[in-house]
Write a protein that binds this ligand. Structure first.
Ligand SMILES: Nc1nc2c(c(=O)[nH]1)N[C@H]1C(S)=C(S)[C@@H](COP(=O)(O)O)O[C@H]1N2
Ligand SMILES: [Mo]
Length: 394
C-alpha cells in the first residue's frame, strides 16, 4: 500500500473502534471487575432505596397504615444503614465509573435504536447514582448549594435510579452470573494469572477504601466506634448534655419564649375540654423515664435517658379520643420542623414522653426546654423541641 504524505492526511480523525478497544486492555476495565463492582453497588443502592423509603414513609405516612413505635431503635438502624452504607458506596461507585468509562468512548456513539436506548438508560443510571450520593453527602454536611429542596429531590430521584438499576440488572445479568459462577482460569477465554492478581488487588483497594469510610463515620450512630468517627458531621457525646444539636434555641428564635414564665402547654382541637398546664403542673404529674435515641435522618444517633410525662397522660387529661391524631407544635415561629404529627400507636406507647429532662438534669435550652417530644422508632426531625401546644385533629 502506498503511504500518502502526512500533510495530505488532513486533521486527525477519531480513532476507530478497534484502536480504541486496544487501548483499554487492562483487566481493570474488564467484565469481571465491572461485574463485582456492579453486584456490590446493586446491594448498596437497594439497601439505600429500601431504608430511604422507610424513612420517607415514616415522615409522610401513606394514610392507610401507621408505623409501629416498636422496635424502639429500628429507625436508628435503618437510617444508620442508609447513610453509612451510602457513604461506603462512594469508593465502589467511583471505581465502577472508572472501570467502564471506555464504553463512553466507543465509536460510533450510537449503533442502533436499541443501543441508543441502552445508552440513555446508562446515563440515567450514572446520573441518578451520582446525584443521590452527592446530594446525600452535601445534606449531611449541611451544605445546600443547590436550588431544590433536598428531601423531595432525593426521594423522587430514587425511583428513577431504582428503575434504571432494575433494567440495567436485567440487561447485565448474564455477565454478572458468569463472573460469579466461573473461576477466572475456567472463564472463556481464560484470564491470565497476572490479570487475576491485578484485578484482585484493585478490588481489595476499593474494599479497603470503603472500609476506611465506614470506620471513620459509623461511630456517629454506633457508639463503640465514636472515637474513630472523624469524618462524621455529628458525634454522640458532643454537645450540651452530651447530645448533638441540629438546631439550637438561638437559631430557632425561641430563647425568650422558652424562658417566659407565662409558658403553658395547651391541649386543644378536637378535645372534650382544653387544658393549659404550667411546667409545675407537668412536674406534679407522674414522672417516667425512657432510654431512647435521637436518630437523625442524617444518620447520626445518640441515646439518652429522658424523663418527663407520658404524652398519653397529658392527652387524656383533655379527653382526647383514642383514635385521634395529634399535631405537636413548637414555640419556634417558622421552619419546616416546627410541628410533627403523632399517630395513635405512637401516642399510646408508654415510652412516648413530653420530656422536661435528660440524663438526670433539666433539659438544656438547645434540647427543647421547657419540654420536647421523645418517642420510640421515630426520626429525629419528628422529635419536636420547645413544645407548647398539642392540637388534637378530628
Ligand atoms: N422545633 C424543632 N424541633 C426539632 C428540630 C427543629 O428544627 N425544630 N430539629 C429536629 C431534628 S432534625 C433533630 S435530629 C432533633 C435533634 O434533637 P437534639 O438537638 O435535642 O439532639 O430535634 C428535632 N426537633
Ligand atoms: Mo435531624
Amino acid at each position: 500500500m502506498v503511504r500518502r504524505p502526512a500533510l495530505l492526511n488532513g486533521p486527525a480523525r477519531p480513532p476507530g473502534p478497534a484502536a480504541l478497544q486496544r487501548r483499554f486492555t487492562s483487566p481493570l476495565h474488564g467484565e469481571r471487575t465491572a461485574s463485582w463492582l456492579g453486584i456490590w453497588l446493586g446491594a448498596a443502592f437497594t439497601t439505600a432505596f429500601v431504608t430511604g423509603l422507610i424513612s420517607h414513609f415514616m415522615q409522610h405516612p401513606p394514610g392507610w397504615a401507621d408505623w409501629p413505635p416498636r422496635p424502639a431503635g429500628l429507625y436508628r438502624v435503618t437510617q444508620g444503614l442508609h447513610v453509612i452504607g451510602g457513604l461506603a458506596a462512594v469508593p465502589p461507585l467511583l471505581a465502577k465509573l472508572w472501570t467502564v468509562y471506555p464504553e463512553l468512548l466507543r465509536w460510533p456513539p450510537v449503533r442502533s435504536a436499541g443501543h441508543a436506548l441502552t445508552r440513555a438508560l446508562t446515563f440515567a443510571l450514572v446520573a441518578g447514582a451520582l446525584f443521590q450520593v452527592l446530594t446525600g453527602v452535601l445534606n449531611i454536611a449541611y451544605w445546600y448549594p443547590f436550588p431544590f429542596f433536598f428531601p423531595t429531590a432525593h426521594y423522587w430521584t430514587s425511583y428513577v435510579l431504582a428503575g434504571a438499576m432494575l433494567v440495567h440488572l436485567a440487561h447485565q445479568w448474564p455477565k454478572a452470573r458468569r463472573t460469579v459462577m466461573t473461576r477466572p482460569r475456567d472463564a472463556v477465554p481464560a484470564e491470565p494469572p497476572a490479570d487475576t492478581t491485578a484485578r484482585r488487588a484493585f478490588l481489595a483497594t476499593v474494599t479497603a477504601a470503603a472500609g476506611a469510610v465506614t470506620l471513620t463515620t459509623a461511630g456517629e450512630t454506633f457508639t463503640p466506634l465514636a472515637r474513630l468517627a472523624v469524618l462524621a458531621p455529628r458525634r454522640p457525646g458532643n454537645g450540651p448534655q452530651r447530645l448533638p444539636v441540629n438546631k439550637s434555641a438561638v437559631a430557632a428564635g425561641v430563647t425568650a419564649a422558652a424562658r417566659d414564665p407565662r409558658w403553658r402547654l395547651t391541649v386543644t382541637g378536637d378535645v372534650d375540654h382544653e387544658v393549659a398546664l404550667t411546667l409545675a403542673d407537668l412536674h406534679a404529674m407522674p414522672a417516667h423515664r425512657a432510654r431512647l435515641p435521637i436518630a437523625c435522618v442524617e444518620g447520626w444517633s445518640a441515646e439518652a435517658t429522658w424523663h418527663g410525662v407520658r404524652l398519653r397522660d397529658v392527652l387524656r387529661l383533655a379527653g382526647t379520643p383514642d383514635d385521634a391524631r395529634v399535631r405537636v407544635e413548637s414555640l419556634e415561629p417558622a421552619g419546616p420542623y416546627r410541628t410533627s404529627l403523632v399517630a395513635p400507636p405512637h401516642w399510646h406507647d408508654p415510652l412516648t414522653l413530653l420530656a422536661y429532662g435528660v440524663n438526670g438534669a433539666p433539659l438544656h435550652p438547645d434540647h427543647g426546654h421547657p419540654c420536647r417530644l421523645i418517642a420510640p422508632n421515630r426520626p429525629g426531625v419528628m422529635q419536636t423541641k420547645w413544645v407548647h401546644r398539642l392540637v388534637v385533629l378530628p
